[in-house]
Design a protein around this ligand. Structure first.
Ligand code: NAP
Length: 245
């Protein structure tokens, strides 16, 4: 049984919190990363500990390399090795392409794409040393199909898919798999910030399975790709979208 720890970025809320909880259930201590909502991160950790799991919370902006390095170093100090990295932290924004400012674009790229680069590069030396690792990157259906009024979001989520496929090839000889999960509409704060209630109802009606997904729907797919059973699966994009396009 391989044991070290899992690092889940953006684990204070939504999909990241569900992933942290699910991975902790498999017996891995979890580093619960957040950027600003420390009390929400503590809630996630408390839930993990109530269920018999272990871990700690760590404030780090994934777009800042020094903060990411500090988080990975603390994970290594406490647990010796990083076995699983879930790059989940992300921001979204709904805007016409012509209204997107250079600052909007920069923020989208720095959190959603630089963040994945920073965390992968910082965690990989431990994985390569141990000849084992599982990286799961959270993309989006919009990264696969594109979405109107979310050009910058779609672009970075597509970028995550490219990074996933290329990195998977590069680190496969070191026993590391790199996969992406592309969620459809998932009931989280992000969905509520982007859509009003009427739109959410319409999205559910438009979905072939007739409902919005839950963070747990995504967490189950992440846990599978993060598990030892998925060792022959790498460079893949798994849609968790209820058939939504
Ligand atoms: P959410 O509810 O808005 O939660 C976002 C999480 O990311 C929070 O934990 C937040 O931390 C963290 N975060 C934001 N910026 C960060 C930064 N710079 N550094 C570190 N952490 C940061 O979002 P969600 O819906 O769970 O989305 C999670 C991921 O799934 C995102 O990558 C998103 O693009 C993707 N996704 C979501 C949906 C959906 O329908 N919800 C669909 C497809 C893909 P704080 O709590 O500290 O702010």
């Amino acid at each position: 049984m391989i044991k070290g720890c899992a690092v889940v970025t953006g684990a204070s809320r939504g999909i990241g919190a569900a992933c942290a909880f699910k991975l902790a259930e498999t017996g891995l201590p979890v580093v619960v990363n957040y950027s600003s909502r420390g009390s929400a991160a503590l809630d996630t950790l408390e839930k993990i500990k109530e269920n018999g799991g272990d871990g700690f919370i760590f404030k780090a902006d994934v777009s800042k390399r020094d903060e990411v390095d500090a988080m990975m170093n603390e994970a290594l100090k406490q647990y010796g090795r990083i076995d699983t990295l879930v790059n989940n932290a992300g921001v979204s924004q709904i805007k016409l392409f012509t209204d997107i400012t250079p600052d909007d674009w920069r923020r989208m790229v720095s959190v959603n794409l630089d963040g994945v680069f920073n965390c992968c590069q910082s965690a990989l030396p431990s994985m390569i040393h141990n000849k084992y690792g599982r990286i799961v990157n959270i993309s989006s259906v919009w990264g696969v199909y594109g979405a109107s009024c979310e050009v910058h979001y779609s672009a970075v989520k597509a970028g995550i898919i490219g990074l996933t496929k290329a990195l998977a090839m590069e680190v496969a000889p070191s026993g590391i798999t790199v996969n992406a999960v592309a969620p459809g509409c998932i009931m989280t704060d992000m969905l509520h910030e982007d859509c009003d209630e009427e739109t959410i109802k319409q999205l559910a009606a438009d979905s072939p399975v007739g409902r919005i997904g839950t963070p747990e729907d995504v967490a189950k797919a992440v846990a599978f790709l993060a598990g030892e059973a998925s060792g022959f699966i790498t460079g893949q994009v798994l849609g968790v979208d209820g058939g939504f396009k």
